[in-house]
Design a protein around this ligand. Structure first.
Ligand code: IPM
Ligand code: MN
Length: 348
């Protein structure tokens, strides 16, 4: 058995954290091989050739069993180029319609919310990842004039909403979860998109009598993340709300350095990434936290049904986290590679 893993190290601290992720992958794999295929994509490539994600490479990515991504974005490149034309293009073209973002606080980790008990924070955000405000629909009218109009449209299809809601219910009903789905939206103001989401929720709920449901407005969800996170098991939400609340979610895990995510196409190729970005201030210093990238490897192993190896990574992450002084870059009490080594040690 051999998996073809596409590796996009990307920009900023991406390569540093991917290195640790691959170190852990090599340490935990048993009974299968990995064939790593490096993709030269990101700011350097763009500045050199003007290319972000050429069709040929997109086709090569499609042939992988999974993709591991470090981070994209660079101060030398106009904002939006790499984000839209590389990261979002990959998510959309590969139809990775689920952005799965577990929010877990590992034992011993301090966060900014001292009132949280040790195991209060254990939820998963199922972020719609293929449409909404991120679809790129809209445009300018009279650009650059005092009468300028900028329209950015939120696209919500029956098909798109239904598949993400169904994914959330299936996940909530699985043995790993606690059987509850909360829709997070803004149905009191976004009365078209919100209404579609709520109707689909109600229909799918009727087919899943063993899953309990709840609804929370997105602004109130931010309060609950701080005040009562244990009310959440599986959250389903649209693309932009999911983007925003998962940054807050990272903070109740201890920091962006520990937050991992998967861009999942259940029928195709999925792409796993630390969600924290490129951290330009930490490049080359060995101060970035690799646990998010290692968590991305863990999610990748689960998606490949390599549960034993994934469980080993989980043990390793927990062991390392309990020995670090902080999850935040530069405050870990050890270097990037030392964290990776601790995960390897704890994973055995
Ligand atoms: C994330 C990021 C991306 C997003 C950006 C870089 C396009 O913020 O993965 O959360 O908005 O999805
Ligand atoms: Mn984000």
């Amino acid at each position: 058995m051999s998996y073809r893993i596409g590796v996009i190290r990307g920009d900023g601290t991406g390569p540093e954290v991917v290195r640790e992720g691959l170190k852990v992958l090599e340490a935990v794999r048993e009974g299968f091989d990995v064939d790593l295929v490096d993709f030269d994509l990101g700011a350097d490539r763009y500045l050199r050739t003007g290319e972000t994600l050429p069709d040929h490479e997109l086709e090569q990515l499609r042939l992988c069993d999974a993709i591991l991504l470090g981070a994209v974005g660079d101060p030398r490149v106009r904002p939006g180029v790499l984000e839209r034309d590389l990261l979002l293009r990959a998510r959309f073209e590969l139809d990775q319609y689920v952005n799965l973002r577990p929010i877990v606080r590992y034992p011993g980790v301090q966060t900014l919310v001292p009132s949280h008990a040790e195991d209060d924070v254990d939820l998963v955000v199922v972020r719609e990842n293929s449409e909404g405000l991120y679809s790129g629909a809209g445009g300018f009218h009279r650009k650059g004039t005092p009468q300028e109009v900028a329209v950015q449209e939120s696209i919500n299809t029956r098909h798109g909403v239904e598949r993400i809601v169904r994914y959330a219910f299936d996940l909530a009903g699985s043995p790993a979860r606690r059987g509850k789905v909360t829709l997070v939206h803004k149905t009191n103001v976004l009365t078209f998109a919100g209404d579609l989401y709520q109707r689909v929720m109600d229909e799918v709920a009727a087919e899943h009598p063993h899953v309990t449901t709840d609804y929370v407005h997105v602004d109130a969800a931010c309060i609950y993340f701080l005040d009562d996170p244990s009310r959440f098991d599986v959250i389903v939400t649209d693309n932009m709300f999911g983007d925003i609340i998962t940054d807050l979610g990272a903070m109740i895990q201890g920091g962006m350095g520990v937050a991992a995510g998967g861009n999942i196409n259940p029928e195709g190729v999925s792409m796993f990434e630390p969600i924290g970005g490129t951290a330009p201030d930490h490049v080359g210093k060995g101060t970035i936290n690799p646990l998010a990238a290692i968590g991305a490897v863990q999610m990748m192993l689960r998606q490949l049904d390599e549960d034993r190896a994934a469980a080993r990574v989980d043990r390793g992450i927990r062991a390392a986290a309990s020995k670090m002084t902080s999850m935040r870059a530069g405050e870990m009490g050890m270097s990037t590679s030392e964290v990776g080594d601790l995960v390897v040690e704890g994973a055995s």
